[in-house]
Design a binder for this molecule. Sequence first.
Ligand SMILES: Cc1cc2nc3c(=O)[nH]c(=O)nc-3n(C[C@H](O)[C@H](O)[C@H](O)COP(=O)(O)OP(=O)(O)OC[C@H]3O[C@@H](n4cnc5c(N)ncnc54)[C@H](O)[C@@H]3O)c2cc1C
Length: 399
Amino acid sequence: MFDHTYSEDLDSIKRQFSTEGSILDNILHHLPKYVDSADKKAELDDTMWGDFDLGFLNRMNIPLNLGGLDIAAKAYSRVLIFEEMGRIGPGICISLPGPGLSMPPVFSLGTLSQQKKFVDDFFTEVEPVWGAFAITEPSCGSDATAIQCRIQKNNDEYVLDGEKCFVTNGSRAKKLVVFASVAPDKGRFGIRAFVVDTTLPGVTIDRVENMMGLRPSQLTNFSFTGVRLRSEDMLGHTGKRGPLIDAFAGAQGAWDYMRPCLAGVINGSSLAAIIKAESFIEGDDHNLTSNKKIVLKNKIAKWKYQLSAARLLTFKAAHKYDRGNSCSLEASMAKAASSTLSMEIAHTLYDYLYCSAIGKDSFWERSYRDAKAFDILEGTGDMQRIMVSQLYQSQVARR
Ligand SMILES: Cc1cc2nc3c(=O)[nH]c(=O)nc-3n(C[C@H](O)[C@H](O)[C@H](O)COP(=O)(O)OP(=O)(O)OC[C@H]3O[C@@H](n4cnc5c(N)ncnc54)[C@H](O)[C@@H]3O)c2cc1C
């Protein structure tokens, strides 16, 4: 039978870590009531924080050895949690507090003291705290090795100049991990990663995008003008690996960390659409012709097995990550499979249900807009497919 709720594995993880499990239950219970207003206002409602344990949310993506949550310590558990949140509302899910995508580069590139200093801000229960990851620039997104943001050494300091765009939760973030180049002509080998406090002089928010999909995520454009940073703000600089580290590998690590979770969010969102479509068809006795119902039921049957396949790819990526292996190939496959399916489901249901259901229920319209955004964030579908082919070719060449 098709697994409608994803509940078994998630329930057993909740039982295993019962205190955190009941906090998670409480979050999942309250989250639905904020989804529509977050989508309409493209903002999170301040009143929602009273319903949530902020100590839990702030620590969601912090590794266990730095004080993170037991329940979210494994990639597999995170995927299950994100699936469930994605089923409830993907936009609100990726807008929740915590270090998010800024944590993995700090963890993989930073020294232990940089890691501890970075996470310190997130250990509070009284306010939501966000971190953000800034690599994309107005002139380059898919080819992130071509970034033009400059970092120049000036005696004991570094000076940051340039622009970043589409930074998820950027306007809310206390700290950014910014990727910039000491020498743009050196490509990935000129790239360094810095922790940048958003209150520093020279850090300006130019714009928060008015998004079509994933509207609460506040994609933010920054400009940096002569921002003075200390050498200890450069990830890895004071560590045993010294300044000549491959900071771009830290960005790759962040994508390996987050892509399976994101695929989980997308799968959860597809599941929600399938369940809702099924129940609409069941309850409908005058909008859809019987022919349309049959066609839709057949499509839903096909989506169910495609969703099962996308989930298995996602779990495979998570298991590889948990075993400490590179999961780039599986994570790209999972993200490509889940976002392609999500787009197909959204398009089809929009076409079939438009007159009957979409006008009356913001769910269909929102899921269509969100599906468009899924294909772009964290690497477009095209780029994931190119990566899959390149990674396969390099595997073949190694044999
Ligand atoms: C919701 C959302 C959240 C995001 N969050 C963040 C964030 O937190 N931090 C951050 O730094 N960035 C973030 N981004 C930016 C995102 O990573 C980029 O938008 C993405 O990498 C694509 O880059 P681009 O927009 O410059 O498009 P481009 O790279 O200009 O691509 C445009 C089109 O060309 C295609 N294309 C590009 N190169 C090739 C190629 N070589 N072969 C074939 N086709 C190609 C792409 O598939 C796409 O269809 C976010 C984006 C979205 C939508």
